[in-house]
Ligand binder design. Structure first.
Ligand code: NDP
Ligand code: 8X3
Length: 250
C-alpha cells in the first residue's frame, strides 16, 4: 500500500514542487490551498501519476478546516504524511510601523492555521500509532532580522511547535521534522510585498536563490528514511547566503 501525503499550500512554490515530486514517486496526495483553479489544474496534471484528491479551504477558518478534512473520501482517510507548508510573510516593516492586519494574517495563517490542520490530522495518526509531520519553518524561525518582527515570531512559533509535537507525539511513534529554508524563489515575496513585482524580483537578484524543487528534494529525502530515522530539523540556505541577513550578491 503506498503512502498518502496531505500537503497544505500545494497551489504554489514549495508545496506545489513537493506535490509534483511525491506524485512522480507514487505517493498518494491530498492537496490543499485556497485557489481552486490551481487545485483543479493539479488534479488534472498529477492525477495521471498518482491517486489524488484536493481540498480548497482557508487555514485561518477553523470550521472550514475541520469540515474539509471530514469530507475526505474513504480511500483518503488514512494520512501517513502531513506537510504543514501553507504560509507567507505579509509586509516588511519596523514594529512601530507594522500593519496590524498583516500581523493578524501571519499569526493566523502561519501559526493558528498550522495548529488547526494538525489538530484535525493528528487523531488519524495517533489512532494508528504511525505518521510523519513535516513543518515548514524558516531561517526566520531561528534568527530575527530587521523589520521581520512578526513573521519571525510566527516562524519561531513553528519551531517551538515542531519541538513540542515531537515530544507529545513520541509515545505514538509519530515522526516530526522541520525544514527551515533561507531564500527560496517562489511567490513568497510577491505576497510579502503585496504584488510589487519589481521589489519581489529584487529579493532574488544577484545570486542563485534556492528553488522550490530544492526544498521538495529535501522533504522527499526526509520522509523516505527508514521508519526508525527521524531528522529533527534542517536549515537550508542558497550557497550565497550565510545567515538571515548575510547574502553575497553580485
Ligand atoms: P508561496 O507563496 O509560493 O506559497 C504559499 C502557499 O501557501 C500557497 O500554496 C498558498 O495557497 C498557501 N496559503 C497561503 N495562505 C493560505 C491560507 N490562508 N489558507 C490556505 N493556504 C494558504 O510561498 P512558498 O512556497 O515560498 O512558502 C511555503 C512555505 O515556506 C511558507 O510557510 C513560507 O513561510 C515558507 N518559507 C518560504 C521561504 C521563501 O523564501 N520562499 C523561506 C522559508 C520558509 P493559496 O494562496 O492558494 O491559498
Ligand atoms: C522566508 C525567508 O529570510 O525572508 O522565510 O524570512 S526570509
Amino acid at each position: 500500500m503506498s503512502l498518502t501525503a496531505f500537503i497544505t499550500g500545494a497551489t504554489s512554490g514549495i508545496g506545489k514542487a513537493t506535490a509534483v515530486l511525491f506524485a512522480k514517486n507514487g505517493i498518494r496526495l491530498v492537496l490543499c490551498g485556497r485557489r481552486k483553479d490551481r487545485l483543479d489544474r493539479l488534479q488534472k496534471e498529477l492525477g495521471e501519476l498518482t491517486e489524488l484528491t484536493t481540498l480548497a479551504f482557508d487555514v485561518r477558518n477553523k470550521e472550514d478546516v475541520f469540515k474539509a478534512i471530514a469530507t475526505l473520501p474513504d480511500n483518503f482517510q488514512t494520512i501517513d504524511i502531513l506537510i504543514n507548508n501553507a504560509g507567507n510573510a505579509h509586509g516588511l516593516s519596523t514594529i512601530q510601523d507594522g500593519d496590524i492586519d498583516d500581523w493578524d494574517a501571519m499569526l493566523d495563517i502561519n501559526v493558528k492555521g498550522l495548529l488547526y490542520v494538525s489538530k484535525a490530522i493528528i487523531p488519524i495518526m495517533t489512532k494508528r500509532n504511525s505518521g510523519f509531520i513535516v513543518n515548514i519553518g524558516s531561517i526566520a524561525g531561528k534568527e530575527v532580522y530587521p523589520n521581520g518582527n512578526v513573521y519571525c515570531a510566527s516562524k519561531h512559533a513553528v519551531n517551538a511547535l515542531n519541538k513540542s509535537m515531537r515530544i507529545d507525539l513520541n509515545q505514538y511513534n509519530i515522526r516530526v521534522s522541520a525544514i527551515h529554508p533561507g531564500a527560496v524563489e517562489t511567490e513568497f515575496s510577491d505576497v510579502r510585498f503585496k504584488g510589487d513585482t519589481e521589489r519581489a524580483k529584487s529579493v532574488y537578484a544577484g545570486y542563485k536563490a534556492l528553488q522550490a524543487e530544492d526544498i521538495a528534494d529535501i522533504i522527499y529525502f526526509v520522509v523516505t528514511r527508514p521508519y526508525h530515522v527521524n531528522i529533527e530539523d534542517l536549515v537550508v540556505y542558497p550557497t550565497a547566503q550565510a545567515s538571515a541577513t548575510i547574502l553575497n550578491k553580485n
